[in-house]
Design a protein around this ligand. Structure first.
Ligand SMILES: [Zn+2]
Length: 120
């Protein structure tokens, strides 16, 4: 699973992680594997102090994680749960009762088993 790592600092975030330099632009984001992203966010990032003795904003790690939603897959899933497809002819009903009514009206005669017919 991949996630988005968002840099909410006004400065670009540059940090070495697993031997690689990771750069996330200010208010921008990069994609990472979830496990790596969690490690990356938890990794110690050296604090730097400015001449005023306060931590410089460049050295602040202001990152957050956001799951990447697979809209296509979600839509597919939604369609799957809404559609009731007739196994006999491929007719698509909008509800299970609609499918039952369809089967009863169109395919009841095809059923040899009387019990199955009565269960409709
Ligand atoms: Zn049918």
């Amino acid at each position: 699973m991949r996630v988005r790592v968002i840099n909410k600092n006004v400065h670009d975030h540059v940090e070495k992680f697993k031997g690689e330099i990771i750069t996330i632009p200010s208010m921008g984001s990069i994609e990472m594997g979830r496990d790596d992203a969690v490690l990356f966010l938890g990794q110690y990032f050296a604090m730097k102090k400015g001449s005023n003795g306060l931590q410089t904003s460049e050295s602040k790690k202001i990152l957050s994680l956001e799951p990447i939603l697979d809209v296509k897959a979600m839509k597919k899933e939604a369609v799957k749960t809404e559609e009731h497809v007739c196994n006999a002819c491929g007719f698509v009903a909008k509800s299970s009762s609609g499918l039952k009514a369809h089967v009863k009206a169109n395919h009841a005669h095809q059923m040899i088993d009387d019990e199955a017919r009565e269960n409709l």
